[in-house]
Design a protein around this ligand. Structure first.
Ligand code: BGC
Length: 766
């Protein structure tokens, strides 16, 4: 293990000591393993009720007729049944005690252990399982089980590949082969039922007693969709049994897929020659280099805050398709089937900034995914009668086609209602452009912008030009009949977030057209020929100045949309503090909620969070108070946006409270909101509150700025990030900011309004 000191242990290791059926799903999610290609929920090896066993591969979707694309749950390699004298054991069994489970987020290693006392027999069994999904070899998951016998027992072990997995009643795969190959390799081949994408799963068990490998003792069997290996073994008092299981997953989507099973078998065989410790070390080294580029340490009265912040970062690292630019980050990462593995604005607005600031290559891949889906976005624009690119509200495969379902059950009477997000939640179009542009700004990757990013910016701007509606009476352009981020308000006119984000999209496109014209005529001409840049610039020049941008009324309030301030007020305390998602639906239908002054999530505040300099701080403060009071935070995307804005306002107590709420959404002791999967956007939001809110890091006039607002309970925060090729360690306490350039590059930084030059290590008192 790379991390061992006590101090580090407490803030990198999540421990669970009480094993109950009620918290199973939660910890399967929170302790999920992965490497961005493979995601594996941390269900126990032993069979127990209430488990959601799930292994997913990024980008491996299937689409049933009349349904949307959905990630395919793959055959499960986790099962290892252990029976002692005929009785199956598990950590939940009444004869089990001394249970504990832990996830080390620094190394990606999961372990759990317990003591099992067989009925009416002398002595116990001490069972310890360890497992990891390799960060070094994307196709590999490793399992180790150590059993110390304190008596004389006969054990039966059954390890299997189990492909009896359905999601919501849909069987997504066809079996192609189920067998045992030479060298004890359990083998399962199949393909996606409709898409036809092939996959192969291999699993091999090796058994050692007191260090000596036991060969030739495995007996094989297959039944429908299951292939298993069974071992019977006698243990005497003091014996140590070690079971090592290697599992590999390959799919025809893999960049290095050859289509030949022999190649996969050969690769799997070769990995099976290595021991568990070697493969773990190899993976830990990768983890170590990832953490080195992004770690944040917080010295706080409550050490669990740092652990939860790191858990959020860990989750972003296991959901990021590091090497693949054909897939992106789904709303639940690879931890659950929620939202079917679809990609939302969550990625560009909440997750992408973390990668732009800490791992530019990964961020670049995420942006290229949106470039690859441009054609789908163009198709959607045409379908709705517009031009340019209209990104889907929910995206999945590189087809880029809309995957938002048409119907869902949300009403109190359970009647399916039409889901309108795919039609009218259009802010995603500017969110994609904003995310991609911000990547370019943070990294300075002009090459990327010219090859991919600018096209996204221009095509989204073209969409908005065709989308704007002219209001003759008021002589202005408007955007009517949309849903903003606050999804409790459908079909509204002039949603404040959307209108300002569109203005940003158009203005930035125009600025970039001007820049290209003067800086790179050749590129300008090439774009102009393909996309009609001169026309686009003309159109923006005409329409943008007349785009309606809601401003503060006499009371200092900026209306969230044309009607929000006229809606009926109700007492929302019952819903706001309930800890139950969407409790309000038990009392009101969505239509009724549309008529109430109640918000699901940050809308105007989300705008403040993205564009902190748009309004003076007294207006931000006034609106923060007003809208926070109306917001139930019924979306996990909400708290962090409010927290970031509160921190920037200097309201550190309020911000800290909201931040803790965001931490506890998935990682709180009593929360079970993440049973069906982690809230990926919230993980990004947590990072943003720490970095953009409390550390006050951001961009001002193309320069990095730092305006700290550290909570009282924090003594300091140290943030690692990179800005335009300069690797920085920024440490802040309530008096000083120290900026250290780690790779010797010189940069200028604004610290609380003062410009400073850093080429080594500089401390400023603020
Ligand atoms: C939120 C959206 C979000 C989606 C996926 C919804 O509940 O309102 O803003 O994109 O979940 O996380």
């Amino acid at each position: 293990m790379i991390i061992s000191s006590t101090e580090e242990k407490s803030t990198y290791i999540l421990e669970e000591c009480d094993c109950t059926a009620n918290t199973q799903k939660k910890y399967e999610t929170v302790m999920c393993l992965g490497n961005g290609y493979l995601g594996m929920r941390s269900a126990f090896c032993e069979e127990i009720p209430e488990q959601t066993r799930l292994t997913l591969i990024a980008g491996l979707y299937d689409k049933q007729p009349h349904e949307e694309e959905e990630l395919i749950p793959l055959p499960d390699v986790t099962p290892l049944s252990i029976a002692v004298e005929g009785e199956k054991i598990s950590p939940l069994h009444k004869n089990s005690s001394e249970y504990s489970r832990s996830l080390n987020v620094r190394s990606g290693l999961l372990t759990y252990q317990y003591r099992y006392s067989p009925k009416d027999m002398e002595g116990d069994l001490l069972v310890k399982h360890s497992r990891f999904v390799s960060m070094a070899q994307k196709n590999l998951a490793m399992f180790e089980t150590d059993i110390v016998s304190e008596g004389d027992f006969e054990l039966e072990l059954v390890s299997s590949i189990n492909a009896r997995i359905t999601v919501n009643g849909t069987q997504h795969t066809f079996e192609e082969e189920r067998t045992v190959l030479d060298n004890d390799l359990l083998w399962y081949g199949g393909r996606a039922a409709i898409a036809g994408t092939q996959f192969r799963v291999g699993s091999k068990m090796r058994i050692y007693v007191n260090g000596a490998e036991q060969e030739g003792i495995q007996r094989y069997s297959t039944e429908r969709r299951i292939v298993s290996s069974t071992v019977r073994i006698k243990l005497s008092k003091g014996d140590e049994l070690r079971i090592i299981r290697y599992a590999t997953y390959y799919t025809a989507n893999d960049i290095d897929w050859t289509g030949r099973d022999e190649d996969i078998v050969e690769r799997t065989d070769s990995v099976c020659q290595k021991n568990f410790e070697y493969l773990l070390l190899e993976s830990e080294k990768e983890w170590d280099s990832l953490w080195r580029t992004c770690d944040i340490s917080v010295e706080s009265d409550d050490a669990s805050e740092n652990l939860k912040l790191r858990l959020a970062m860990y989750h972003m690292m296991i959901m990021c398709p590091w090497q693949d630019d054909r897939v992106s980050i789904a709303a639940k990462g690879l931890t659950g089937m929620g939202y079917a593995g679809h990609v939302f604005w969550d990625c560009e607005i909440f997750n992408l900034p973390f990668f732009s600031y800490t791992n530019p290559m990964a961020a670049r891949n995420l942006c290229i995914y949106r470039y690859r889906t441009l054609d789908g976005a163009r198709r959607k624009a045409r379908k709705y009668g517009y031009v340019g690119a209209m990104y889907p509200w929910e995206s999945a495969s590189v087809s880029g086609d809309e995957q938002s379902p048409e119907f869902k059950n949300y009403s109190p009477d359970n009647t399916p209602r039409r889901v309108t997000c795919g039609d009218i939640e259009q802010h995603v179009v500017c969110d994609v452009a904003y995310g991609v542009y911000s990547y370019g700004q943070v990294t300075g990757d002009r090459g990327f912008m010219k090859k991919y990013g600018l096209e996204i910016l221009f095509e989204t701007a073209a969409f908005w030009l065709s989308r704007l509606e002219y209001n003759e009476q008021k002589d202005r352009y408007e955007i009517r009949q949309v849903t903003g981020p606050d999804e409790y308000k459908e079909y509204v006119d002039n949603d404040v977030f959307t209108n300002y984000a569109v203005a940003w999209n158009l203005r930035t496109a125009l600025d970039e057209i001007d820049r290209l014209r003067t800086e790179d005529t050749e590129a300008f001409n090439a774009f102009d020929k393909r996309l009609g840049l001169a026309n686009l610039a003309d159109g923006i020049g005409k329409k943008l100045p007349r785009l309606y941008l809601p401003t503060a009324n006499d009371d200092g309030l900026i209306p969230q949309n044309d009607t929000y301030l006229t809606l009926k007020r109700i007492d929302i305390s019952k819903y706001k503090n309930s800890g139950i998602n969407r409790l309000i639906y038990r009392d009101y239908s969505l239509r009724e909620i549309g008529g109430l002054m109640v918000s699901k999530q940050a809308d105007l505040i989300q705008l403040f969070s993205l564009m902190p300099d748009l309004f003076p701080s007294d207006i931000i403060r006034k609106n923060f108070d007003f809208y926070e009071d109306k917001c139930i935070h019924d979306s996990s995307l909400s708290l962090s946006a409010f927290a970031t804005v509160a921190a920037r306002l200097g309201e550190t107590d309020i911000a800290h409270g909201l931040f803790k709420g965001a931490l506890d959404t998935d990682f709180g002791e009593h929360s079970t909101l993440c049973n069906e999967g982690i809230h990926a956007a919230n993980c990004g939001g947590i990072w943003q509150t720490a970095v953009f809110g409390f550390a006050g890091i951001g961009v001002f006039e193309e320069t990095l700025r730092i305006e700290p607002h550290i909570p009282l309970a924090w003594r300091n925060i140290a943030v690692r990030l990179s800005w335009r090729g300069c690797e920085l360690q920024i440490t802040l306490d309530n008096k000083n900011v120290t900026v250290e350039s780690l790779n010797g590059k010189e940069i200028y930084v604004f610290v609380s309004g003062k410009e400073i030059r850093v080429n080594d290590r500089t401390t400023v008192t603020y």
